[in-house]
Design a protein around this ligand. Sequence first.
Ligand SMILES: *Cc1c(COP(=O)(O)O)cnc(C)c1O
Length: 512
Amino acid sequence: MIYLDHAATTPLDPAVLQAMLPWLQGRFGNPASDHAWGQAARAAVERARSQVAALLGAQPEEIIWTSGATEANNLAIKGALEFRGLRGAHMVTARTEHKSVVDSVRQLESQGLRVTWLKPDAQGLITAEQVLAALTPDTALVSLMWVNNETGGINPVEALAPLLRERGILFHVDAVQAAGKLPIDLSRTPADLLSLSAHKLYGPQGIGALFVRKRPRARLSPQLHGGGHEQGMRSGTLPTHQIAGFGEACRIAGERMAEEGARLSALRDRLQQLLQAALPGLHLNGHPQSRAPGILNLSFEGVEGESLRASLGDLAVSSGSACSSATREPSYVLRALGRDDELAGASLRFSLGRGTTPAEVDQAAARVIGAVGSLRRIAGSGTAALVSPPLNAHGYAAPVWAAFSDPRHAATLPEGAIAASAGSPAGALRLRLQAELDGRRIVRAAWQAYGCPVTLAVGEWLAGWLEGRSAGELQLSAADLRAALEIGDDKAQCALLGEDAVLALERQMSLA
Ligand SMILES: *Cc1c(COP(=O)(O)O)cnc(C)c1O
């Protein structure tokens, strides 16, 4: 397994685990308790608070613990606007924000908040001018991420913060992908609210923080009510082990930032160069310069996203394919920067991290080059050799996987073979069947297709089925195909495409 998905989550640093273990093995106490146990836990929590603050150039008392950045983003946005009052309020944010910002803002929008949703430029960035142009006398809050989690693009947060301060507008920054990767100094960058998550910087999952500025004071309405912990802004017993781990993770990240940033930038550039040298038709999703180390997002022309993802097996990367997300829509971030559905779907985000080696980058590049070449050839637009995907990592049914992973009939037959197609030539799904005849009998069959793994499996299965059959023996329904390949309702259209292709082939054979 090669893990290039550090923007989704990072492994726990061994030193972080060591900082957590005492609080899971014997040492315990509620940091809110008065007695010695409580005091010891409180001391660990306060030490961690200083470590997190130090990474940001903030004061310890400006750090509020949350369960993660999703909660920190919710607290910042809903808390700030609820405190001000939604009536007549306006805010500015971008379409490329993380879902936890987008959906928090949408929720308030449904309650009457007026929102300007900024559209990024073709390279995925929001400019300071764009933000300034969107301000109105009623603008209470601007929320803009520091580094985009899909493209790695760096928004002009440092330039924007003083301009918003001058105008007295609260500025919230989702800094999850920036913290520990780029220098952040909140003593010089006057953002008011800033969200962090431990598991994006080698800390544990389930803990995050919101920086809430003291001078001038950013005011929030709490979103969780209870014991009044965290200065009343976030009630709930503090998880000492998580917090101790988060603090240690920030300490390590600060220590290694410069060196690790240079290393990751070089590895990312190497990956990009290897892919670009071997594959035409690549599109960089993001800004070529203004980008954080470690994230590379590319779209691949002429391949279908789900098949690309399925072909990568033992390579853990994030895919823009609709099937990789709970919502089944291709990446809204890539759509916002102007990619069509097909290119947005056929995208991969590689995110490199502390454990990534040059050898892994080379192997990952080779795997992707093989997969893209193979799928382009299957779609009829390439000449590369076919390579078998290594691993059924996404749980395709056994017969689908068997056919998809061994596409021995994927080919073009010589002149004189009968050919028939189904699907739309430019659409997201197409299948072409070919048959070489001896009299009325098919002696050889071949297929080409553009589509998901199930479509490709249908092509492979059909070619095997066709061989040896005569013109009169080509009765096959979509239901037969679904049964043979165990195709579910969600992929019924792939079986229909197969049925159409067989009908079309039969028609061509009867004309021949
Ligand atoms: C991961 C991520 C989040 C959410 O963080 P959690 O702690 O997992 O809730 C928010 N914003 C960005 C940019 C992220 O990458």
